[in-house]
Ligand binder design. Structure first.
Ligand SMILES: [Zn+2]
Length: 167
């Protein structure tokens, strides 16, 4: 993946691109072609672990969108494997250009960005803990400011939490 990005970066800046590498690009791509399905499978494994994590988050935070995001992540990674396998087999049988096959991982990355956006949206839907869980004395009344250091303390505080002096 890094190599692919690097290659594209090199082709964008032709002056920085060494001449022998430009000639070898096509053969280099065909050389690393069989590695692509392996990489895409590791993507599925990663997605499955992430799904377990977000499912746990869905249970803890009661945000069901996490579950959807996890499923979308796994689905997109499986789709990626299928597309990569089709692309690689087409490359070897029907001599599809290598650059076309390498477009697949980029498309897959774009899809996974959307699923991560879904995950981010889930994080924003987490509701902050309500004041019910806090003792009433903590929420009622004005905060006490320390006369020594100016730190904000709870209304019923006797000693400052920052400097430990008597309020
Ligand atoms: Zn203080």
């Amino acid at each position: 993946m890094v190599a692919v990005i690097f290659m594209n970066f090199c082709s964008l800046i032709p002056t920085l691109n060494p001449v022998p590498r430009q000639i070898d690009l096509q053969s280099f791509l065909s050389y690393i072609m069989p590695v692509l399905p392996v990489f895409s499978v590791t993507g599925v494994v990663q997605a499955l672990f992430t799904k377990r994590a977000v499912n746990l988050l869905a249970v803890k935070s009661k945000v069901r969108l996490f579950r959807t995001a996890g499923l979308a992540l796994v689905a997109s990674s499986v789709l990626m494997v299928v597309l990569v396998c089709i692309g690689v087999s087409l490359f070897f049988t029907a001599s599809v250009p290598a650059t076309a096959v390498f477009a697949v991982p980029f498309a897959g990355t774009t899809i996974s960005y959307f699923t991560w956006m879904l995950t981010a949206k889930s994080f924003f839907s987490i509701k902050a803990p309500t004041s019910q869980s806090l003792p009433t004395s903590r929420t009622a009344g004005q905060a006490r400011y320390c006369p020594h250091c100016g730190a904000k303390n709870l209304p019923d505080a006797v000693f400052c939490t920052r400097c430990d002096k008597k309020l």
